[in-house]
Design a protein around this ligand. Sequence first.
Ligand SMILES: NC(=O)c1ccc[n+]([C@@H]2O[C@H](COP(=O)([O-])OP(=O)(O)OC[C@H]3O[C@@H](n4cnc5c(N)ncnc54)[C@H](O)[C@@H]3O)[C@@H](O)[C@H]2O)c1
Ligand SMILES: O=C(O)C(=O)C[C@@H](O)[C@H](O)[C@H](O)COP(=O)(O)O
Ligand SMILES: [Zn+2]
Length: 354
Amino acid sequence: MKQITLQVPIGATAATSYPIRIDDRFCLPEGIGKRRTYIITQPRILELWGNQLLEHSGLQPTATYCMGDGEEHKSLDTFAAIQEWLLENGANRSSLLIAFGGGVVGDMTGFVAATFMRGIDFIQIPTTLLSQVDSSVGGKTGVNLTRGKNMVGAFHQPVHVAINTDTLTTLDSRNYAAGIAEVIKYGFAMDAELFDTLCRQRAALKARDPEVLSEIIRHCCLIKSHIVSQDERESGLRAVLNFGHTIGHIVEKWGKYQSHLHGEAVAIGMVAAARLSEQLLGLDPESTRRLVELLDFFDLPVSLPLPFDIINQYIGSDKKSTDTAIRFVLVPATGQWEFVDIPLPFALQEYISE
Ligand SMILES: NC(=O)c1ccc[n+]([C@@H]2O[C@H](COP(=O)([O-])OP(=O)(O)OC[C@H]3O[C@@H](n4cnc5c(N)ncnc54)[C@H](O)[C@@H]3O)[C@@H](O)[C@H]2O)c1
Ligand SMILES: O=C(O)C(=O)C[C@@H](O)[C@H](O)[C@H](O)COP(=O)(O)O
Ligand SMILES: [Zn+2]
């Protein structure tokens, strides 16, 4: 497999930019063994890939923390437990954290790193498709509250992202599909050529063809890196990465973070946003049909599982809403996006029937 390195150019200096290394092994930067290093992971990931991580990198971690598995563990309780554990185990300001897992581990570890002793370094070693194409890049970190998704967090960039595409061989098909949903997001809202490629190569992608996968991961990381380097803290442009998330986050919260995986909720949110786009921006219904067909091919859900009323009620607490309006990312044509502010109170049933 071809090794690929991309650079995420955050800030004005080389010191704040960082590499994304895509490989079929774990490739960590030289010299990290000199610092106290703390791995944060989950039991299954440690069991499946822990030995290979240590073998490939020569890493000798100071200590390893296994957090609970599942979105409901991306919580303030887990956050506090990890902070206490770091102190118990002698971590200091020059310590390094390693997020070894999917987006749940990555968001949690990043937020701990952003706040422990007011901020320490961390490395992302993403092991799910979703985390390799999206969550390990860009420095959004945080936890959920019962009342809302990712409501507490910080922007804190990793110092290195090490993607080992081999880890995807052990991922179950439901979580693999959830990652595909974020891949489809990039194509449908930001890159029509990518969307066409996904439609054309759907079978190879479903079969996890390693060459196709590593090229798709590279492509998605490149798109995200371009966006994040122009708007690190989401003062504008970066919100495009939220396509499908306005309603997606409501689905997750409504299901108590257990009924739908993040990617599944985003799939539902993208179809709803496409239907809104038909009404408000004249998106060709044929584009929505292709989106639904592609999501369906990967067994992703496409229909709203909750009543309109709940959506209308919760939408005001979306992070993109102001006192008077909710900002949607909509799509006038495949691969293009526009922000549309809809005044509150919002009634989804006025725009779409399903
Ligand atoms: N920060 C961001 O920019 C960003 C972007 C997108 C999503 N997210 C967040 O990411 C989270 C979802 O991440 P996810 O989809 O990776 O879910 P996840 O982290 O829950 O991982 C999914 C499951 O796969 C298991 N797993 C991980 N790697 C494995 C492997 N190689 N083999 C077998 N099992 C493995 C995990 O233990 C878990 O059970 C959500 O909390 C979402 O909000 C953040
Ligand atoms: O990186 C971003 O910016 C994104 O919006 C990527 C999303 O896929 C991701 O789910 C993110 O965590 C959502 O952020 P939020 O600010 O809407 O909570
Ligand atoms: Zn997402």
